[in-house]
Design a protein around this ligand. Sequence first.
Ligand SMILES: Cc1cc2nc3c(=O)[nH]c(=O)nc-3n(C[C@H](O)[C@H](O)[C@H](O)COP(=O)(O)OP(=O)(O)OC[C@H]3O[C@@H](n4cnc5c(N)ncnc54)[C@H](O)[C@@H]3O)c2cc1C
Length: 307
Amino acid sequence: MLYDLIIIGGGPAGITAGIYAARQRLKTLLITKSFGGQVAEKAVAIENYPGFEQISGQELIQKLEKHLRKYKIDIEQDEVIKVEKKDQHFFILTNGKGKFQSKTVIVASGADPRPLEVPGEKKLIGRGLSYCVTCDGPIFSNKTVAVIGGGNAGFEAAIFLARYVKKIYILEAGSKVGADQFNQEVVKKIKKIEVITSAVPKKIEGKKFVEKIIYQDNETKKNKTLSLEGIFVEIGSQPATSFIKDLVDFNERDEIKVDFETCQTKTGGLFAVGDVNVGPHKQIVTACGEGAKAALAAYNYLSRLEI
Ligand SMILES: Cc1cc2nc3c(=O)[nH]c(=O)nc-3n(C[C@H](O)[C@H](O)[C@H](O)COP(=O)(O)OP(=O)(O)OC[C@H]3O[C@@H](n4cnc5c(N)ncnc54)[C@H](O)[C@@H]3O)c2cc1C
């Protein structure tokens, strides 16, 4: 079947694009690895999405997904591994051997957690090392853990973990933390959280499960060791773009360049929205806004094709 539009990604950007496309009566397929994206992993409540003074990530995403499913739209749970364009049509290949064809594509694949890239990390993923506090935090009841990263994500992770664990170290590589004032004040009040700055992770050790982290104290240049049972990596994210290479241009952070009037990439009919593009403000509301904008731009593009 030839679709008018294929959307890649089921986070806030992709879901909103789906709602707008369906309302324009575009024959649309949304392919996503999972619903929710980063919002589903958010540890503390969301307080800046208009209309909801406070809502959990899980609840917001359930509402968005329910809204999308009200409309006539095809949904595939799968991972896109390649996007190609031939003779004015896009061909999308998935891990599950799906092969789909469309006239336009919206890439809304967001971002994946950035790995630490230190020895021991890969081996201990799922064995005490995690990139998702909401998924794995409760398993660490009464244990000692470290959160790597002193930005808002790291601070919020520590605040969430404080409900379960015995002791939390926040390790920040810089000489100052990047978390905003509000999060810093909350953390100051939680006695079991200890913030260590100028701490650069060097190695994670453990026979079967995480046992210790070795970091360099950047002030003394000496290595130090913390014994612990869990490590949560919260050092930002990297755009999920491995499936799309030649059809788009990237900036130095691997984000897709777009024209912000339409969110179109350098390829006609191919759009990129939300955290995956070069937009500086990575937020739920901006991702939704771009999803809406691109779906309407895709509709206009298709209308022009048909003239
Ligand atoms: C810890 C944390 C806290 C945050 N707190 C807030 C907050 O309080 N308020 C706020 O506004 N924003 C917050 N954000 C930012 C917000 O979550 C993102 O800006 C938003 O989720 C971006 O939406 P998106 O749809 O572009 O991408 P994502 O949410 O990353 O969704 C991407 C989707 O694409 C799918 N996907 C990826 N690759 C493929 C592929 N190859 N094939 C198929 N599907 C694929 C994924 O499964 C996912 O469903 C937070 C982010 C984090 C990490």
